[in-house]
Design a binder for this molecule. Sequence first.
Ligand code: PNS
Length: 162
Amino acid sequence: MKIAIYPGSFDPITNGHLDIIERATTIFDKVFVAIAQNTAKDPLFTVEERLRLIKKSTNKNKNVEAEHFTGLLVEYAVSKKAHAIIRGLRAVSDFEYEFQMALMNRNLREDVETVFLMPNEKYTYLNSSIIKEIARHGGDVSNFVPEVVNNHLRQKFENNNF
Ligand code: PNS
C-alpha cells in the first residue's frame, strides 16, 4: 500500500489542487490531503471550513482522505507511514520555495521523499490567493474552483466586508 501526503493551506481548494490529487491517486494507493499551518499566511477560511470543502470536493475518490495536522510535516508523514510528500509545481516561480522546503524536509527526515507533480497547463496561473482576490471583488471564479467552493466564497464575501 503506497501512501502519499499532499499538504498545503488549501485556503480554499481549487481545481488546480484537484488536478494534482487526481494525478497522485494514479501513482499512490492512498492520498491524505492534509491541511497544515503555514505561519506565513492568514487564512480566510477556518480549518473546519477548509476540511469540509476538501471532503466535499474529493468524496467521489475513495483513495483520498482529508485531514488537518499541527507540527512538522515530516513528523505527520512518518505518523501516516507515508512514502512521499506530494507538491504541485506550476511554474519556475514555484521552484525556489519548493526546492528549499523539500531539502529542509529531507534534512529533518532523510526517509521522507518529496515528489513534484505538474498540473494541466490550464491551471499553471491558478492559486488560492488570486481566487480569493477575484471573488472578493465579485468576479466569477466558477471555472477555477469546485461548485461547493464557489458557493462558499460567494457566501463569505456577501456576508462580510473584507
Ligand atoms: O499551500 P502552502 O501554504 O504553500 O503549503 C505550505 C505547507 C503548509 C506545506 C508548509 O508550510 C508546511 O509544511 N507546514 C507545516 C510545518 C512544517 O513542517 N514546516 C517546515 C517546512 S520546511
